[in-house]
Design a protein around this ligand. Structure first.
Ligand code: HEM
Length: 416
């Protein structure tokens, strides 16, 4: 028998072990098969791009289309139910020039100023959620905190009336619980949401004739009425993608962020001390570092080769799907010093957690606001917050695009 050790065998992807800690497998891929063809759990064949330089280049490569018509097997990828609900024409499914037009339009309504004005509301929502469990001394931070916060925040921003927001909470809950599971339930929720949004857009269009409203959907309608064309379908698809893209991502930013802080007591103590001193610098760099270290979006959304092309020396045939693995790129030692160390003060941190290029996250300012408010308020109001479960027993949702915990049980000293 030979005693020379050969290269380690290729890791199994998409198992339970992989879902709880994909980083060793990504390190193997970066090193041995940086552009790797694999069969996804759905049976679709796709290329995984894992090195930072290749990932950044692929995200900006216009030969990689976002439009699923370019897939060799159209209909097999994307959000369950979006096709049957007529929601395909959204930013994450289209290319220029349609993408340029729609992105310009929504950017007029979804401005950094609108987000900044939203700061007190996000703080109020955060405090209200903490109030609901603070006396108990324990909570599941996913269900009681990370999950409701972004859904109420986006509903408020879009202008969904308060009395309808719990319906959204239920539909979104269905998507997050069953994202990787039974597609029927998700498709039904998408359909209900679609019906509701169409009616809301119609009502707001009528309402705008009488009174000025300052929510995002009204802003979209106004922008489209001033010369730029936005069909009813496009408006509904836009509202839908804002909800869809802004929801589970933020749940995971808060969930993964709190989890990693609890697992890194020195970093957490450093952040708590800086917050107690009234500083915000470490909170700002810290949230970016948490996005790099264990970000919500494991893989960027689908891309398809419109023609044969080469990434990282590997030829990709036309029609093949390409998944850029942001979580792998953001741990690449060629780009980040000590990539497996969580350093909340990291400065040289051009991570890909929000993507790159023309599809760069539109909601990044809102995500930052929610992430920073949630973490700062939790650590300040519940200073002795601790995990109430063995990390090895925590379950991660096994979806493809997102990375996040199913539950996050915590304990703390109760207060009133
Ligand atoms: C796009 C991440 C929160 C709205 C993206 C992309 C990423 C991303 C990686 C690019 C996808 C690709 O190129 O395939 C995140 C993360 C978030 C977050 C990590 C939270 C921490 C939000 C929020 C909203 C939002 C709160 C809105 C309310 C969007 C939209 C796009 C997008 C509309 C599509 C932009 C385009 O195609 O032009 N996001 N996102 N995101 N995000 Fe976010």
């Amino acid at each position: 028998m030979s005693t020379t050790p050969g290269p380690a065998p290729a890791p199994d992807l998409f198992t339970w072990e992989f879902a709880s800690d994909p980083y060793p497998a990504y390190a193997w891929l970066r090193e041995h098969a940086p552009v790797h063809r694999t069969t996804l759990p759905s049976g679709v064949e796709a290329w995984l791009v894992t090195r930072y330089a290749d990932a950044r280049q692929a995200l900006a490569d216009q030969r990689l289309s976002k439009n699923p018509v370019h897939h060799v097997e159209p209909g097999k990828t994307g959000i369950p139910g979006e096709r049957s609900a007529g929601l395909m024409t959204h930013l994450l499914n289209i290319d220029p020039p349609d993408h340029t037009r729609l992105r310009r339009l929504v950017s007029k309504a979804f401005t950094p100023r609108r987000v900044a004005e939203f700061t007190p509301r996000v703080q109020e929502l955060t405090d209200r959620l903490i109030d609901s469990f603070v006396e108990r001394g324990s909570a599941d931070l996913i269900h009681e905190f990370a999950f409701p916060l972004p859904i109420y925040a986006i509903c408020d921003l879009l202008g969904v009336p308060a009395e309808d927001q719990d319906d959204f909470r239920d539909w979104a809950g269905m998507m997050i619980r069953h994202g990787g599971g039974p597609r029927g339930g998700v498709a039904r929720s998408v359909k209900k949401m679609r019906g509701y949004l169409a009616e809301l857009i119609h009502r707001k269009r009528e309402g705008l004739r009488q009174e000025g409203a300052d929510d995002l959907i009204s802003g979209l309608i106004k922008a489209s009425d001033h010369g730029e064309h936005l069909t009813e379908n496009e408006a509904a698809a836009m509202a839908f993608i804002l909800l869809f893209a802004g929801f589970e991502t933020t749940v995971n930013l808060i969930g993964n962020g709190v989890y990693q802080l609890l697992r890194h007591p020195e970093e957490r103590a450093r952040l708590q001390a800086s917050l107690a001193a009234g500083e915000t610098g470490l909170l700002e760099t810290g949230v970016e570092e948490l996005l790099r270290y264990d970000g919500p979006v494991e893989m960027a959304t689908w891309r398809y080769a419109t023609r044969a092309l080469t990434i990282g020396g590997q030829e990709i045939p036309a029609g093949d799907p390409v998944l850029v693995v942001l979580a792998a790129a953001d741990r690449d030692p060629e780009r980040f010093e000590g990539p497996d160390t969580l350093d909340l003060a990291r400065r040289d941190n051009q991570h890909l957690g929000y993507g790159h290029g023309i599809h760069y996250c539109l909601g990044a300012p809102l995500a930052r606001l929610e992430g920073q408010t949630a973490l700062a308020t939790l650590l300040t109001r519940l200073p002795d917050l601790r995990l109430a479960a063995d990390p090895a027993e925590l379950r991660w949702r096994g979806g493809l695009i997102m990375r996040g915990l199913r539950t996050l049980p915590v304990e703390f000293s109760p207060s009133v």
